[in-house]
Design a protein around this ligand. Structure first.
Ligand SMILES: C[S@@+](CC[C@H](N)C(=O)[O-])C[C@H]1O[C@@H](n2cnc3c(N)ncnc32)[C@H](O)[C@@H]1O
Length: 217
């Protein structure tokens, strides 16, 4: 899954992953788990997710990163925010508005200095968007980038032998392998995906909360 794959998806408007409502688990659980009221939420691989609308409406500050310029333009248009746009080295573009900053960039190009402090990560359809070797690299990078900020993580579980991703299956043992070194891992909810994964395969959506063991990264 290289950059071209995702840029082409946005260009062709093939955005079946874009949910038409905020994620129910975000609405139900997030505020109870986020230790900082009105804190700064990092949304990796953010697309133009309506979860961002929900976070802003609920008085969180949001920092996102997204490869597609088109997606970020649409995000700000749909939020009704006129962005201030600036340019950083290495071709990174930044869209900013009140309480929101989105980097148009490959997440692997971001550094902790560029990102600044965040209180929590909201990962929906980010880890699961990446094939296993890249997912492992992403998990390490995300942990370092956010200095081990707590994470609210939405995964999908299904038989990967029977269907190809994205979304890729991220099973409980994968979450353990990626994150147990730096986090205590709590299962928050696990429920069957209505109509199955891509309408084909039975699967589950599993919500995790990763609490930083200590800020050691
Ligand atoms: C499956 S979509 C999920 C989008 C969003 N999280 C949502 O819930 O609607 C994955 C998104 O990640 C973006 N993306 C993929 N690889 C990326 C990378 N390396 N850095 C930044 N964004 C990336 C894609 O352009 C796409 O918008």
């Amino acid at each position: 899954m290289d950059a071209e794959f995702w840029l082409a998806k946005w260009k062709r408007n093939e955005t079946g992953f874009h949910a038409l409502h905020p994620h129910p688990a975000l609405v139900t659980y997030f505020s109870g788990l986020c230790a900082v009221r009105g804190g700064c939420v990092f949304v990796p691989l953010c697309g133009k997710s309506l979860d961002i609308h929900w976070l802003l409406k609920n008085n969180y500050r949001v920092i996102g990163v997204e490869l597609s310029h088109l997606a970020v333009e649409q995000l700000f248009a749909e939020l009704g925010i006129h962005p201030v746009i600036s340019h950083l080295p290495a071709g990174v573009v930044v869209f900013e508005g009140v309480n929101i900053r989105v980097f148009v960039a490959d997440i692997f190009a971001l550094t902790p200095d560029m990102l600044g402090p965040v209180d929590i990560v909201y990962d929906r359809a980010a880890l699961v968007a990446l094939p296993a070797p890249m997912a492992a690299r992403y998990a390490r990078h995300l942990t370092q980038l956010t200095k081990c900020a707590d994470q609210f993580l939405v995964c999908v579980e299904y038989d990967q032998e029977r269907l190809s991703g994205p979304p890729f299956a991220v099973m409980a043992q994968d979450v353990e392998r990626y994150y147990a070194q730096d986090y205590t891992i709590a299962s928050i909810d696990r429920s069957p995906v209505a109509n199955g994964i891509k309408g084909k395969e039975p699967g589950y959506e599993h919500i995790w909360f990763l609490h930083s063991v200590e800020k050691k990264v």
